[in-house]
Each structure stands twice: as C-alpha cells, then as structure tokens.
Design a protein around this ligand. Structure first.
Ligand SMILES: [Zn+2]
Length: 243
C-alpha cells in the first residue's frame, strides 16, 4: 500500500496526535512537581538526599511510564500498519519520530534533574555559609596566640604558629566539606549539554569532563591538584571517554 492511501494517512495522524499527548503529559507531570520541589529545597539543610529520592519518583511517573506507554502503543501501531500492508519504508519515518519523542523526554528530564540539584545546592551553600563563622579565632596549642587559619579549607591542614613555630593541625568544619558537593552540582549545571551528549556516547566524555572539572578547579583553587588528577585519570580512561 502506498503512503498516500487514506488509511495510512489516518494512522500517521493518529500517531502524531499520540506523540503530542505524550509530550504534554510529560510537561504536565514535571510542571506539577515544581512547587513541591521548591518547598522541599527550602527545607534542606546540608544534603540533598530527599531531592534525589523525590526526583526518582518523578522520573518513574514521567519518563519511565510514558516510555513504556510509547513502546506498547508502537507495537500495536506497527501491527496495524502491517495489517493494511504499509511498506517498511513508510514505517521507518514514524519510528524515527517516535524515538525522537522518547529521546526528547529523557534529555528534558536530565536537564530538569540537573537544574533541580543545582537549585538545591544553592540553598545548601546559603545554609553552610550562614553557619560557618569566618571570624572564629583559632589559638596555638603551645603558646595560645592567634593562628592564621583558612576557614574554607576542605582538608585538615598543618598551620605553623607565627609566634612560637609549633605546628598545629587544623580540622575544617565538616559542613565546609559539603561545599564540594555544592560545586559539583554547579559544575553539572554549567556543563549540562555536554553531560547529556556524554550520556548518549562516551566519545563525548572528554568535552564534558574538561568543562566539569575546569569549573570546579576554578571555583576551588585550593583543590586544584586533587581534581586535576581525577580529571586526567578520566581523560585517559576509555571507559569514560571512549576509544
Ligand atoms: Zn604558638
């Protein structure tokens, strides 16, 4: 049967309508989750585990369920087209359109998820900065004089007392360390499109890792060596960047 038969055209039209409905259903589920997520973010303290769990639930209700629906309906549609004798060449464009809709949904969800984690990180950073006292005085264990301490350090550091020369170990506030997670969420937001491309194909990994770690290194220069090492390990590993 040719592609200008009325029966074929009717099926195409029905299928286009179905895909449109899938897209609006997806948008509807995501939109209705925005307010509750915003409230949840407002109530965060120093980690975003509840956001992670909430996003899993939203993903089930949107991407997973709708993708399942697409696949089930496509099987039926293919059957109907075969029944009226539609040539394979006329089925292919419809299948491509279907895959495109599915990919659109997965990519959109990834953007939504990355942005939500970055919003959560902004709240967490605000919380951390409001509890860490930058002016707290650290005294030397030997002579009691004031030590020059970097409050925003991420690891224990040895600080030499300028007065008596004895070495003090400074252990940063545990909440300061959470800032690394905050910057990781910002880095993903910054390198979002590169990350989506990487998830499709490891070959795109290098561009993502360079942008992601480049961002963190710029924001946390005191951790430069550490993140450069991780980045270079990934850039040299085919499991992350393809062959
Ligand atoms: Zn001292």
């Amino acid at each position: 049967m040719s592609n200008d038969s009325a029966e074929y055209k009717a099926l195409v039209e029905r299928w286009d309508g179905f895909l449109e409905k899938i897209k609006s259903r997806y948008t509807e589920v995501i939109d209705s989750s925005r307010e509750p997520l915003k409230d949840m973010i407002g109530g965060l303290q120093y980690d975003s585990i509840v956001i992670h769990n909430a996003l899993q639930g939203i993903k089930n209700q949107s991407v997973y369920q709708l993708d399942k629906k697409i696949n089930e309906s496509w099987e039926k549609m293919e059957g109907e087209m075969e029944k009226i004798g539609v040539m394979y060449d006329y089925i292919v464009p419809l299948r491509n359109k279907t895959e495109k809709t599915s990919r659109w949904m997965w990519d959109e969800f990834e953007r939504f998820s990355i942005t939500t984690f970055a919003d959560a990180a902004r709240q967490i950073e605000k919380n951390i900065r409001s509890v860490v006292d930058e002016n707290v005085i650290h005294n030397c264990i030997s002579c009691g004089s004031q030590l020059p301490v970097e409050v925003w350090a991420f690891q224990a550091v040895n600080v030499k007392c300028p007065n008596c020369g004895s070495v003090n170990t400074y252990e940063p506030d545990g909440r300061v360390r959470q800032l690394e997670g905050v910057y990781s969420a910002y880095a993903d937001e910054f390198a979002m499109e590169e990350r989506i491309l990487k998830d499709k194909d490891n070959k795109n990994g290098a561009a993502y890792f360079k942008k992601y770690y480049g961002f963190i290194i710029e924001k946390l220069p005191q951790r430069k060596e550490y993140y450069e090492r991780i980045m270079n390990d990934k850039l040299n590993n085919p499991d992350f960047v393809g062959k």
